[in-house]
Design a protein around this ligand. Structure first.
Ligand code: GRG
Ligand code: 17Z
Length: 496
């Protein structure tokens, strides 16, 4: 749910999911039933060729028949123009010289994955002598297609419906220049480069998506809080240390999310309706996730080594907190899998609260202190509310998968009580701080109007959007809390 929302803001990331789905369902291949042109050799199996398809459709040599039903969104009218012809045909070869597409008996529509952002919407038409249709037709503009295309153009993948006889002989006409002219030499290079660029972009987007970056605010706010405390109580903050610390915590959090992705998938907990469908939808392969996780943990170790040189914190203290964070990030779902035995909530409460705040504070000031642990409490409770609402929403599917979470153990009614405690106790603490110490501590109370609707939704068991909204609340409340600390008059903050 959270991810869905997140990707709706960055459609190029969403396209990674969609293209993976299409690929999985076998639709990303050009599927055309062909009649081999007279004198041509049998098409070899392999990647189909759009320009060849366009050429043959036009000449009638290749006749696509019954079209599969595709979603309107993927029915993208394309302009397979000279450019694409040149690009799709290997350099130095005419389009005729290219092998015809792979024969596919049950997938006759020519849905073809082509290079991104290359194709413009074109008129959808039927006309005499075109392809196998031979039906006198009128030119019909498909405006919805144009609208769809405008959207699709922002995507990393474009799908091209290159030929169809299954829709009243309408053809997705490709605007190919069918001359057998070989492409200019430099276009071959352009073709390869844009192909590689597109592939790299796709892969990068998939990795970013797998990290579930929408959740990163949960680990960045404790870093901000620890640094704000160091600034306020010890007088200075080293921005380089702050940056390296933030990267370290982010990297360990991201690795924890990947470990979660891997183990939830291998234990069969993630399914088609889960938030995390990186592996379910085959956006990445399990070994990609493992490699990426290992890379992030290594990067985290590199960052903490850098912190050792940048900070005056003793090595044993630095190592203790860092490996504490690293272990909990792994053990949440890896190894013994604390999440599966109802201990996930404790892990989140500790790592996203006291541990991360103390880490950020300690690397700034060079010593360990209990003060950040106390200040971390409101934030930790609120962050745990995200996980608890997530687990309450997933209660049924988690039960089916045979795992035990706190939400399952206590049931929906007590889950509601717990959620309220997690959401509203921080506000009680802010009220106490504001009235007894400094009014700047009342700043987080500005987010109170966001909390009441969440309580109502939880009460009416409309869980779907609660984790997402709680994450928003967590970010805003955390930021106001940090500002409240920074704006507090000197000496006004409680020191225990
Ligand atoms: C102190 C230092 C150096 C680092 C701390 C860095 C942090 C905050 C690490 C936490 C890592 C961690 C425990 C990640 C787990 C993230 C998590 C709660 C995933 C959600 O899992 P599910 O409960 O399966 O939810 P989904 O259903 O959305 O997958
Ligand atoms: C992926 C994910 C999902 C969550 O529900 C989280 C809750 C709290 C803190 C971090 C979380 C997280 O990283």
């Amino acid at each position: 749910m959270l991810q869905r929302k997140w990707t709706s803001r960055w459609p190029w990331l969403r396209s990674v999911r969609e293209s993976a789905q299409l690929q999985r369902s076998g639709q990303s291949e050009l599927r055309i039933r062909t009649r081999a042109p007279p004198g041509s050799t049998r098409p070899p199996a392999g990647r189909p060729h759009a320009s060849a398809a366009g050429q043959q459709i036009r000449t009638g040599a290749m006749k696509p028949d019954i079209c599969r039903t595709f979603s309107k969104e993927t029915e993208i009218k394309t302009q397979e123009n000279n450019q694409s012809d040149r690009e799709e045909v290997a350099p130095g070869r005419s389009s005729r010289a290219v092998s015809p597409p792979r024969v596919d008996p049950d997938g006759p529509c020519a849905l073809r994955r082509l290079q991104p952002l290359r194709y413009a919407c074109q008129r959808r038409r039927t006309r005499p002598g075109f392809g196998s249709g031979d039906v006198a037709g009128t030119v019909r503009e498909d405006r919805s297609c144009c609208r769809g295309m405008a959207k699709e153009q922002s995507r990393a993948e474009t799908y091209v419906l290159a030929g169809s006889n299954g829709h009243g002989d309408q053809q997705w006409q490709t605007g190919v220049n069918h001359s057998a002219r070989p492409p200019p030499a430099n276009s071959a290079l352009t073709w390869r480069m844009s192909r590689v660029a597109s592939d790299v972009r796709q892969k990068c987007a998939a990795y970013v998506l797998a990290l579930r970056p929408w959740s990163f605010s949960a680990s960045l706010t404790p870093v901000a809080l620890g640094s704000a405390l160091a600034y306020k109580l010890d007088g200075s903050v080293d921005l380089v240390v702050l940056m390296v610390c933030a990267v370290t915590v982010l990297v360990v959090h991201g690795a924890g999310n990947l470990v979660n992705t891997y183990y939830d998938f291998s234990k069969g907990i993630d399914h088609k309706k889960s938030d995390d469908r990186t592996l379910v939808d085959e956006i990445l392969a399990p070994q990609d996730v493992v490699m990426f996780g290992a890379l992030l943990y290594s990067l985290g170790c590199l960052c903490v080594t850098l912190l050792y040189f940048l900070s005056t914190l003793r090595l044993e203290h630095l190592a203790l907190i860092y490996f504490g964070g690293l272990s909990s990030s792994f053990l949440y779902t890896g190894g013994i899998g604390l999440k599966y035995v109802a201990l996930g909530d404790v892990v989140i409460l500790i790592t996203f609260g006291p541990l991360a705040v103390m880490f950020a504070h300690a690397v700034q000031v060079g010593y360990l202190s209990v003060l950040p642990l106390v200040y971390a409490v409101p934030l930790a409770l609120n962050t745990e509310a995200i996980l608890h609402s997530n687990n309450t929403r997933d209660m049924d599917s988690d039960k089916q998968a045979g795992i035990v979470t706190l939400a399952i153990l206590i049931g929906p009614t007590l889950s509601y009580v717990l959620y309220n405690l997690l959401i509203f106790v921080p506000y009680v603490l802010f009220c106490i701080l504001a009235t007894r110490y400094t009014i700047s501590m009342a700043l987080p109370l500005l987010t109170l109007p966001m909390a009441f609707p969440l309580e109502r939704q939880f009460r009416s068991r409309c869980y779907a959007k609660i984790p997402q909204k709680t994450t928003k609340l967590n970010l805003l409340m955390g930021l106001f809390y940090v500002f409240g600390i920074i704006l507090a008059p000197p000496g006004s903050l409680p020191l225990l």
